[in-house]
Design a protein around this ligand. Structure first.
Ligand SMILES: [Zn+2]
Length: 398
């Protein structure tokens, strides 16, 4: 937001037309920036700058009309204009931007300091973040500048349809289209919402579009099918999972599905929360030989899922208990027969083991009729925005 260096050197401002030397020189107005230290407040900051106690107290009181002392955040930058001469220091104005859309300005009105709030004019814009995955989707998206809250959301919607460890190859590319707000300088100061996520890995492409229906926003694939499936492809908090061929994984051979190995392994740090892949009923939870701590869940449609080598099983996960999708059932561990910390995940359908990566359980919603028509038109708008996007705007999220 601020171009000038924090705590920048005082720079003389205005006074472009210098008065004739013979006339008594007008006092020179200077401008600087002050940064609020942790534990400090406006009064302390101004006293530290050289203002007297009465002035500091008055400005602080005026400013606190809009930003109470207790909601001041350290690091907040104040713009100060002032005159410093033989008579001492006079603060002309004191302002800060406590949020992306508001500015509070304290200035001297006759003899009193008065605060006013200014609303910053912002314009809606579309921004496309893009990058390629090296070690994990999360770190790649972070590097591309996506705010972590929206990476988490992208990970959540993708984890229904993508195995975050074996289903993404190093070098996979992604695009995340967001709606944001930009200021008058063209800087994006706020990302408001995710509108489209695309992930391309190997020959596979996932394109997910946010679509609002009846006040509720959900993600749909290109066919208008809800991305929410009855079973997750990645039953873990996937945000920090490393892709199989990524750097960190080379030393830990993590197994895919085969005749001998009837599940997939997710290498993840001990303690990573393990989520129920779908809504269901617990049929077993406890120690089970080589599996170590193991949870077995029965779902609708003849599906069952198994989670093994858990460090611990949550207290309420007992045979007969009902679980919802994404409910935490335990944590990644290395109990039973295992060489390192990982989650062993099995999917059973009609009593037979199937490759969890091949499971594309049914979408929970499929758009039809008018909703589908609306979705089709939104899809082509978003695809057009994605194609026509030109990277010109800097992103400076406050
Ligand atoms: Zn395994």
């Amino acid at each position: 937001m601020f171009d000038k260096k924090v705590g920048a050197v005082e720079a003389p401002v205005a006074e472009t037309k210098s008065p004739a030397p013979a006339i008594a020189t007008k006092p020179e107005i200077s401008e600087t920036q002050l940064t609020l230290a942790s534990g400090a407040n406006v009064e302390k900051l101004l006293i530290g700058f050289g203002a007297d106690k009465t002035t500091s107290c008055e400005i602080s009181k005026a400013f606190s009309k809009y930003v109470p002392n207790k909601s001041l955040k350290s690091g907040l930058v104040f713009n100060v204009t002032y005159i410093r001469d033989e008579k001492g220091l006079e603060i002309k104005s004191f302002s800060a931007q406590p949020s992306y859309d508001k500015k509070v300005v304290v200035s001297k009105n006759n003899k009193e300091y008065v605060a006013k709030e200014e609303v910053i004019k912002l314009t809606p814009v579309v921004h496309v973040f893009e990058g390629s995955v090296n070690s994990s989707f999360y770190s790649a998206a972070l590097r591309a500048g996506v705010p972590s809250k929206f990476i988490q959301e992208a990970v959540e919607v993708l984890s229904y349809v993508v195995n975050f460890q074996h289903g993404i190859q190093a070098g996979a590319s992604f695009k995340i289209l967001c709606e944001g707000l930009s200021n008058e300088k063209g800087q994006i100061v706020k990302i408001k919402q995710l509108r489209c996520v695309t992930l391309q890995s190997g020959g596979q492409e996932h394109k997910l579009f946010a679509f609002n229906q009846g006040g509720k926003t959900r993600f749909f694939n290109t066919k208008g099918e809800s991305v929410v499936r009855s079973l997750l492809q990645t039953p873990l908090n996937a945000s920090r999972l490393q892709v199989t061929s990524g750097f960190g994984m080379r030393r830990h051979p993590i197994m895919g599905y085969s005749k001998q190995h009837k599940g997939v392994d997710f290498g993840a740090p001990i303690g990573t929360p393990v989520l129920a892949a779908g809504e269901g009923k617990i049929i077993a939870a406890g120690w089970s030989g080589g599996y170590g701590n193991r949870v077995h869940i029965r779902h609708a449609g003849g599906y069952e899922t198994v989670y093994a080598h858990l460090k611990c099983i949550n207290k309420n996960i007992k045979p007969g208990a009902l679980v919802s999708q994404r409910q935490i059932i335990g944590a990644v561990g290395m109990t039973g027969m295992t060489t390192g910390p990982h989650l062993h995940f099995e999917v059973i359908q009609a009593k037979r083991h199937i490759n969890p990566m091949k499971v594309q359980s049914l979408p929970t919603v499929k758009l039809t009729g008018i909703a589908l028509k609306k979705f089709e038109s939104l899809k082509s708008t978003v695809q057009g925005e994605m194609m026509n996007f030109v990277r010109t705007k800097a992103v400076t999220i406050l």
